[in-house]
Structures are given as C-alpha cells and as structure tokens.
Design a protein around this ligand. Structure first.
Ligand code: SAH
Length: 339
C-alpha cells in the first residue's frame, strides 16, 4: 500500500488528480508532513473536511502508524514502536539533549548481520524498509521538536538496503522537505567494504560510523560474523577513501563487552591501530540484551580503556546511556512485544 509520504510532489499531484482532487493539494499535504509535523489529514485544517475524509479512505498520509510511545521519566528520550501496513514492527528513538534533537532510525525489519551480542539480528531479517518508512520515522520524531541530527543506528544494516538508504537521504536533504544538511546525518555500518566505496562514490557528505568492536580480525570476527568477509586492513582503507571522497572524518564504534574486547591489551591494540589516522572512536558500554549472556564492563574499566586509547592520540568519546530505561538501545523494544 502506498501513502502520501511515499510519493514525490509530482507523483502525489498525479495521484490526487486520479481521485478527483486538484493537483495543488499535493503541496499543501507535503507542507503539513514535512514542515509542520502534521501527520494526519484530520489536523490538516486548511483542507476541506470532505477532502480530508475522502483522502483518509483513498491514500493514507503515512506508511507507518504509532503502536506505542515509551518516554523516559524526563520525557527527553522517546522510543517509538511503529507498525507498517504488513504488520511488521519498527523502532525509532527521539533523543533531545539541549538544542540537539537526534533521531535514531531503523533501515530494515530485523537484521541479517547476526552480531553475537545484538538483539536486532536474533531472528534474521524480514525485509528492507522503503524510503517512505525510513523518512516516516524522522517525521514522527519531528512532532516533538525540530530534528537536528539523524543516525542510521536503529534496526538493520543500512548499507544492505543501499538504494532505499540513498533515496531516503535524498528526501531528507531535499530543500522542499525538511531540508536537513547531509552533514547532520550519520550512517552506521557493520563494515561492508564494497558498499562503503559505493557510498563514497555518491559524494553525499553524510557522516560514516563503522562498527569495529575489536582491534584485530580474530576478536572482531568472533563478535561480528559479517566482518570475517573483510579484513580490518581493508576496512581502514575503505574508511580512508571515504574521508578523502567526502571530507568527513570516520568514527569507529566500539561496543565494550566484559571478557570479550574490553581489556587494556585490546585498548592498546586499538590505539596503535588508529594512531595517526585522524579517525575517532565512540565507545559504547554494552547494553545487556535479554536472553544473551554478555555483560558490560565496570565503569572504571571503561574509563581505563578510554584513557589508553586516547594516550595514542586518538579522539575518544564514550556514549551516554540515554535510552536504557525504555530499552531504547538496539532493537530491544520490538522483542518485548513478543514478535
Ligand atoms: N548495522 C549497523 C547499525 C547497528 S546499531 C552497524 O552494524 O553499525 C548501532 C551500533 O550499536 C552498532 O555499532 C552495533 O554493533 C551496536 N550495538 C548493537 N547492539 C548493542 C548492544 N546491545 N549494546 C551496545 N551496542 C550495541
């Protein structure tokens, strides 16, 4: 089923004409969706009541509906469970922090990468999201506040859904829509080397985050099976090429898991690996997943790890846990619904 959000202005105008409405309504509807975060016809009050009723039955405004919203007690982080027309459930998270409003979006239902520690891949992948479904997640977050940043760090491997990823980036950066700067978007990948080259070739200057999770091929391969296809050496070359093509620094994500990859020797190896590359590391203390036995290291272990890596001149940040209370991290809300 097609929704108004799935159509560009020309296609929407044609669709409206085919159901007996004037073409100019396309612009009205798109202004509501993209500029005012008005996502249902009922509240598009400049449309006559008859038209709103007519469209509700002919052409849904949005490709997803909200099944559940889970705010943290301070209300600043909201996890949204969204339902697609085929009843698949998708998660998106809105995170407000001062003037910053970051939306974490999913790119697939489930994930095929099967990282050992991740909830999203426990049941494999059901399907790719459409670009309308990706954009819809951002618009549902825009209801809370103007979106300043978008991270493709929800469910799925965005580079496995490459055409729809690029399409959604084009919609999100289109000046007639919410007109985000590509520089405010970050694509997170497990590290699919050929697709990183493809992304570089588009020349779109989105930020790139690469999930490293180990300083050597053996440690990384244990946690990230998809990584076994490409060596860390190849991955670093792809990252270099990405920086050269887009002018963007690459961030390496490193989830810290007790007893797996969080020892001082791993920190030292990571520091040596990235010293002088100009890349930065984002440490993510492991967010426990029900049914998996991995645990996060103690806070002083995390601090020591960060200190060792930064002693090699590598910029290190440690992720703040904003969404844990609403099981916001990493494909976990959907699982609480028994899906
Ligand atoms: N497929 C993309 C996006 C994954 S989610 C990728 O692989 O990069 C974003 C980051 O969170 C990835 O680095 C992922 O490995 C990490 N992650 C997944 N589950 C996690 C968990 N339970 N705790 C901490 N980090 C996790």
């Amino acid at each position: 089923m097609i929704s108004a959000l799935d159509l560009d202005e020309t296609a929407l105008a044609q669709r409206l004409i085919s159901v007996g409405e004037p073409a100019y309504r396309a612009r009205q509807i798109r202004t509501h969706l993209f500029r005012r975060a008005v996502l249902d016809y009922e509240n598009m009050t400049d449309l006559p009541a008859r038209v709103r009723e007519h469209l509700s039955s002919e052409l849904p405004a949005m490709p997803l509906t909200v099944q559940q919203r889970l705010p943290t007690p301070d209300g600043e982080t909201v996890k949204m469970l969204l339902r697609a027309h085929d009843a698949e459930l998708i998660e998106a998270v809105s995170i407000r922090d001062g003037a910053r409003h970051t939306v974490c979006v999913s790119s697939q239902v489930g994930c095929a990468m099967a990282c050992a520690f991740c909830a999203s891949g426990l049941n494999g992948v059901s399907r790719n999201l459409t670009s309308g479904e990706i954009v819809a997640q951002v618009l549902y977050a825009a209801v809370y506040a103007t979106v300043t940043n978008i991270v493709f760090m929800g469910m799925g491997e965005p580079l496995s859904n490459f055409p729809r990823l690029i399409e959604s980036i084009n919609v999100l950066t289109d000046p007639s829509g919410i007109a985000m700067s590509a520089r405010r978007l970050t694509v997170s990948t497990v590290g699919l080397v050929p697709r990183i080259h493809d992304l570089a070739a588009t020349g779109i200057p989105v930020g790139l985050a690469i999930s490293l999770h180990g300083p050597d091929d053996a440690t990384r391969g244990r946690l990230v099976p998809a990584a076994r296809l490409y060596s860390i050496a190849e991955l670093l070359k792809a990252a270099d090429n990405y920086s050269a093509a887009t002018g963007r620094r690459v961030t390496f994500e490193y989830t810290l898991i007790a007893g797996e990859n969080a020892d001082p020797k791993h920190a030292k190896a990571l520091g040596l690996l990235l010293a002088g590359t100009g890349s930065q590391v984002n440490l993510i203390p492991y967010n426990p997943v029900r049914g998996l036995s991995f645990t996060e290291p103690a806070p002083d272990v995390v601090r020591l790890f960060a200190a060792i890596v930064s002693s090699h001149g590598v910029t290190v940040t440690t992720r703040k846990e904003k969404g844990r209370k609403v099981t916001a991290a990493c494909g976990q809300l959907r699982r609480t619904t028994g899906v």
